[in-house]
Ligand binder design. Structure first.
Ligand SMILES: NC(=O)c1ccc[n+]([C@@H]2O[C@H](COP(=O)([O-])OP(=O)(O)OC[C@H]3O[C@@H](n4cnc5c(N)ncnc54)[C@H](OP(=O)(O)O)[C@@H]3O)[C@@H](O)[C@H]2O)c1
Length: 274
C-alpha cells in the first residue's frame, strides 16, 4: 500500500470506477486516500456506495494538493475540466489522462505550469482486472512518473509503454479490439449452434478457447503461427477450417479493420487538438 499517495479522480464513470476499484482491490491505495468527482448530484451516491471513496461535485476540491490526478471524463469534456482545474494544479503533481484522442500536448497547453502528464489508453476488460493499458509520457513526465502510472494500471491488468505517436494504433488495436474479438466469439458460438451445440455451451466453448489461446501466446511467448501449427495435424480437420479462413480473408480483414480504426483515431485526435 502507498500510504503516502493521494489520488484525485475527475470523472468517476465506467472507467474511473474500474480503475479506482482495481486500486482498492489490490490495496494499492485505501479509500481514504482517494477523492472522486462526478458531474451530476445523482452520481454521488453511486460513487460513495460502490467505491467507498469521498465523492464530490467540486473538481477543484478533487484535485487540489493530490499527488496524482486522474482525468477520466469524456474527451469532449476535457476542455471544460482543464479550464476549471488548470490554474490549481502544481508541478509536483502527476496528471494522468485516459481520454481517448486527447494528446499530452493538449493537456499541457491548458495547464498554467509545466506539469508532468501521462496519457493512458486502457480497455474495457480493466473492469475485471484483465485489461490492457498502453502509456506514454508528456514532455515534463519522467520515467518515475511513468512508473507510478504503470503501477496504478497494473492493478487493472497488463501495461505497455509506447511512444505517443503509436497511440492511434493502440486505440485501434487494444482499446477497440475487444469489440472485434466479441464478433469472433459470437461467430464461433453461432457455428456451434449450427452444429447442434446448445448456445450457452457453445458460447462458453468459444470464449474459453479464445482465453486459452491468448494465454498460450502470452505464457509460451511462442509466435502465434508456431502455436497454430501445433494444432494443425496433417490431413486433419483443423487445416480444412484454416483454409476456409484464408478463403474468407480473415487475416486481411482483421488487419484492415485495425488500420481503418487507427485512421479514424487519428482524425479524432486532429479534431480534439484543433
Ligand atoms: N470505457 C472504456 O473502456 C474506456 C477505454 C479507454 C479510454 N476511455 C476514456 O475514459 C474516459 C471516460 O470514459 P467512460 O466510459 O468512463 O465514460 P463515462 O462512464 O461517461 O464517465 C464519465 C464520467 O465523467 C463525469 N463527468 C462528466 N463531466 C464532468 C465534469 N465536468 N466534471 C467532473 N466529472 C464529469 C461523469 O459524471 P456523471 O456520472 O455524474 O455523469 C461520469 O462519471 C473517456 O475519455 C474515454 O475516452 C474509456
Amino acid at each position: 500500500m502507498n500510504t503516502e499517495m493521494t489520488l484525485g479522480v475527475v470523472g468517476a464513470g465506467k472507467l474511473g470506477e474500474a480503475i479506482v476499484g482495481g486500486l482498492l482491490k489490490r490495496e494499492f491505495l485505501s479509500a481514504d486516500q482517494i477523492v472522486a468527482s462526478v458531474k451530476h448530484e445523482g452520481s454521488l451516491d453511486r460513487v460513495a456506495t460502490r467505491l467507498g471513496v469521498r465523492a464530490t461535485l467540486d473538481n477543484i476540491e478533487a484535485v487540489r494538493g493530490r499527488d496524482v490526478v486522474l482525468l477520466a471524463v469524456k474527451p469532449q469534456n476535457m476542455h471544460a475540466v482543464l479550464e476549471e482545474i488548470g490554474d490549481v494544479l502544481t508541478s509536483d503533481q502527476l496528471v494522468i489522462s485516459v481520454a481517448a484522442s486527447v494528446t499530452t500536448g493538449y493537456v499541457e497547453d491548458r495547464l498554467s505550469l509545466p506539469i508532468p502528464v501521462v496519457r493512458a489508453m486502457p480497455n474495457t476488460p480493466c473492469i475485471l482486472g484483465v485489461g490492457m493499458t498502453a502509456l506514454c509520457a508528456g514532455q515534463h513526465a519522467t520515467s518515475v512518473h511513468l512508473a507510478t502510472a504503470e503501477a496504478m494500471f497494473a492493478c487493472v491488468g497488463e501495461t505497455a509503454r509506447v511512444d505517443e505517436g503509436l497511440m492511434d494504433g493502440v486505440t485501434a488495436l487494444s482499446a477497440s479490439g475487444p469489440a472485434y474479438l466479441y464478433v469472433v466469439i459470437e461467430s464461433l458460438a453461432e457455428a456451434g449452434v449450427k452444429l447442434g451445440i446448445p448456445r450457452e455451451v457453445s458460447t462458453k466453448l468459444a470464449a474459453q478457447t479464445m482465453l486459452g489461446a491468448a494465454t498460450m501466446v502470452l505464457v509460451s511467448k511462442e509466435h502465434p503461427a508456431l502455436l497454430k501449427d501445433t494444432v494443425t495435424t496433417p490431413a486433419g480437420c483443423t487445416i480444412d477450417g484454416l483454409l476456409e479462413l484464408e478463403e474468407g480473408k480473415l487475416r486481411v480483414t482483421l488487419i484492415k479493420a485495425v488500420v481503418k480504426a487507427a485512421e479514424r483515431a487519428r482524425q479524432l485526435v486532429e479534431k480534439t487538438s484543433g
